[in-house]
Ligand binder design. Structure first.
Ligand code: MN
Length: 165
């Protein structure tokens, strides 16, 4: 009898824990929808030749002859994304808020969000940007800039961007 009671109690505690977790997930979803936290100034609007929608870039660390690494922040409004492009020395992305997408050519689109860290290998075509409903705050790190920073290609068409499920 006593062990039955223990089992019943355990089931109730588990059910409560699952219910709490569910409501916490809903809170996170809600938090994703609200305005994003900006750590750095918004910067300048990216050119329509290299971005679809509204994206803003601010340089935070300029590369020099000793530290040949460039660091900056891009804020993508919902629906905004980069063109296809590649980096001669690769790139690291650190997502500080929001939800977005990253795709390496030939691979499925990855969902990225606050806390995601992404490595883009050198000379590999890819694009990154916000989701349709929620913007994205993205820190970028470009190492070894003496090899080059970015080579821009064509825009990411809606049918590719909206294929994300
Ligand atoms: Mn990139």
């Amino acid at each position: 009898m006593k062990s039955n009671l223990t089992i019943v109690c355990t089931i109730i505690i588990c059910a409560l824990a699952m219910a709490c977790n569910n409501s916490r997930n809903q809170e996170i979803m809600k938090a994703d929808k609200k305005e994003l936290a900006a750590i750095f100034p918004k910067g300048e609007k990216g050119l329509s030749e290299t971005f679809t929608g509204n994206a803003y870039n601010i340089g935070l660390v300029d590369a020099d002859s000793i530290l040949t690494t460039a660091v900056g922040n891009v804020y993508f409004e919902p629906g905004a994304r980069s063109n296809w492009h590649s980096h001669p020395a690769g790139q690291i992305l650190i997502i500080t808020d929001g939800v977005g997408y990253h795709q390496i050519e030939g691979r499925p689109v990855e969902i990225i969000k606050k806390g995601s860290v992404v490595k883009c290998p050198p000379n590999v075509r890819h694009w990154h940007g916000a989701s349709e409903d929620v913007g994205l705050q993205q820190l970028y790190i470009v190492p070894n800039t003496e090899k080059g920073i970015v080579n821009w290609d064509e825009a990411v068409p809606d049918e590719v961007y909206k294929s994300v499920k």
